[in-house]
Design a protein around this ligand. Structure first.
Ligand code: AMP
Ligand code: MG
Length: 337
């Protein structure tokens, strides 16, 4: 059995996971929540990770009844993310050097996709990745997830909705509170709906909704209109992606995959196209988590021979998902059992 430790620290969450051929064995995470009305300050998030990191790491090992010497490799999310927070992946590098373990770099967005694909056992889906940092409709193509059917050209949907929520005084995390508020709304107000080609844009939408709130329009109606407009834009791109590719699996990944409203829209679309809908379960949507890093780093990347010299492991704040080679695709160990 191969045991791989995974460490996540790209944004608000410090997470530790341990995976083996049996899947994710341990997944424990601690998320920094900024005070109401404030976004994540990268340095404060980094301080949080330093404070909780050692405790989480020993807790993960204790729960599995193993020591650090028992792990075969250490995987970490090398990017993309907030510089200072990413920098706190020091435990991964330190462990790799001190205990002479292979170090495995993982792309955070790819991990969101792979943990979702593993959870629902999809082979080759069209993926809607929606999280704080990503908004993409992608499929695997050639050697990467380079079939990008659409993506945001400005803010990620989670970020955009969180920003609005924060600005109008709703608590963190923004999206579920915004949706709760939307449920009390009754009137749809037409808003900037921006699908350019296959790409989406949220900045004009957020600006206009904030203007409406300032003008005194009832907040629940604005929330309702914002949520419906943003998710409809995503729905349009997904529909086109399904029509274009003819894929029969639609996979919803990332933190915003927990949204009830988004799920129901995607269910409707999947039905229209006779496709199966798979949704990442909450513990791996959660949002960010160490489990997805351990799984992707351990079962997929490490088994494909992907490692990095710890002295050369420089975190990447910007790192496009479609640049990452995925040699494991089509040969996932869980289908060969
Ligand atoms: P991630 O970057 O994957 O951690 O996802 C973070 C995003 O997920 C943020 O925009 C949150 O507001 C959003 N989020 C958190 N909880 C929920 C939920 N229950 N439903 C929908 N979105 C959520
Ligand atoms: Mg994420």
């Amino acid at each position: 059995m191969t045991l791989v430790l995974g460490i996540e620290s790209t944004a608000h969450t410090f997470g530790v996971g341990i995976a083996s051929e049996d899947g994710v064995l341990i997944n424990i995470n601690d998320t920094y929540t900024p005070p109401q009305g404030v976004g994540i300050h990268p340095r404060v998030a980094a301080d949080h990770h330093v404070a909780v990191g050692p405790k989480l790491l020993s807790e993960a090992l204790r729960r599995l009844g193993i020591g650090i010497r028992d792990v075969d490799a250490v995987a970490f999310s090398m990017g993309p993310g907030l510089g200072p927070a990413l920098g706190r992946c020091y435990p991964a590098r330190a462990i790799a050097i001190k205990f002479a373990k292979p170090l495995v770099p993982v792309h955070h967005g790819v991990a969101h996709v792979e943990v979702a694909r593993w959870s629902v056992r999809f082979r080759d889906p069209l993926v809607l990745l929606v999280s704080g940092g990503h908004t993409m409709v992608i499929a695997h193509s050639g050697r990467t997830y380079g079939g990008v059917f659409g993506e945001t050209i400005d803010m990620a949907v989670g970020n955009a909705l969180d920003y609005f929520a924060r600005s109008v005084g709703l608590p963190n995390p923004g999206v579920p509170h915004l949706e709760e508020c939307a449920e009390r709304g009754s009137k749809y107000i037409p808003l900037p709906y921006t699908v350019k080609g296959q790409d989406v844009s949220f900045s004009g939408l957020v600006e206009e909704t904030l203007r409406l709130v300032k003008k005194g329009v009832a907040l629940p109606d604005v929330c309702l209109s914002l949520v419906e407009t943003a998710y409809s834009m995503l729905g349009e791109v997904v529909e086109r992606g399904l029509a274009l590719t003819g894929k029969k699996e639609l996979l919803l990944a990332g933190g915003v995959a927990r949204s009830k409203r988004l799920r129901s829209i995607m269910e409707w679309i999947a039905n229209e196209f006779n496709a199966k809908l798979g949704i990442v379960p909450p513990e791996y949507a959660g949002g960010d988590n160490g489990g997805m890093i351990a799984l992707t780093g351990g079962l997929l990347a490490y088994k494909s021979g992907i490692t990095i010299d710890p002295t050369e492991a420089v975190t990447k704040q910007r790192w496009r998902l479609d640049e990452v080679e995925t040699p494991w695709f089509g040969n996932e160990p869980w289908f060969n059992k």
